[in-house]
Ligand binder design. Structure first.
Ligand SMILES: NC(=O)c1ccc[n+]([C@@H]2O[C@H](COP(=O)([O-])OP(=O)(O)OC[C@H]3O[C@@H](n4cnc5c(N)ncnc54)[C@H](O)[C@@H]3O)[C@@H](O)[C@H]2O)c1
Length: 184
């Protein structure tokens, strides 16, 4: 019960790594906001968490849209009172040779993977600054460290996540906000 009574938001939590994080947090005693664009699957994760005896809510939010992210945070704070942990997990990939990559492919991948982590960190960070504490975990990738043929927007965005993490970590340390990344 290492997270006893913490309130956590996990983005992209309807499946995959995000779902595993959300359920593991609940097993450790956290209440979890299960955020995703796929509300139907997110509701199933909420059922799993409630079966563990923790509070949970599914919130549909596209992390690449500031209005949706701000609504998500407002709803979470209204319903749970505070946010102790944010896990920026939502991420997508588009594998294509760079000379075939469309502007829309670039915008989709970077919009979710890097701008999305910025928007969620900013909206939740404002709340954590008021609370004078919080923890933010950004899911990066080994692809942020090296080039991968056909993976340009993914590699660029995950490299960006590393710098987003390092910069917010030093900027928000004075507010007692601990910003960490996977695969830093
Ligand atoms: N799977 C891997 O091997 C691996 C390796 C390194 C890093 N990662 C990273 O881990 C994270 C999760 O990966 P995964 O494999 O579990 O992915 P996944 O595709 O299984 O799940 C991603 C989730 O994000 C949601 N999502 C997609 N677009 C969204 C948006 N605009 N707003 C909100 N939610 C959105 C999807 O609906 C889905 O539920 C990603 O950031 C990914 O880059 C994964």
């Amino acid at each position: 019960m290492r997270l006893n009574d913490n309130i956590a938001i996990v983005t992209g939590a309807a499946q995959g790594i995000g779902r595993a994080v959300a359920v593991t947090f609940a097993r450790e005693g956290a209440d979890v906001i299960v955020s995703d664009i796929n509300l139907e699957l997110a509701e199933k994760v909420v059922d799993e968490i409630r079966a563990l005896g923790r509070r949970a809510q599914a919130i549909k939010a596209d992390v690449s849209k500031s209005s949706k992210v701000n609504q998500m945070v407002e709803q979470a704070v209204n319903n749970f009172g505070r946010i102790d942990i944010l896990v920026n997990n939502a991420g997508v990939n588009k594998l294509l040779p760079s000379d075939d990559l469309a502007e829309s492919d670039w915008d989709w991948v970077t919009g979710i993977n890097i701008k999305g982590q910025f928007l969620c960190s900013q909206a939740v960070g404002r709340q954590m600054i008021k609370q004078k504490q919080g923890k933010i975990v950004n899911i990066a990738s080994m692809a942020g460290h090296y080039g991968r043929p056909g993976g340009l927007p993914y590699c660029v965005s995950k490299g960006g996540v590393l710098q987003l993490t390092r910069t917010l970590a030093v900027e928000w340390a004075e507010h007692n906000i601990n910003v960490r990344g996977s695969q830093l």
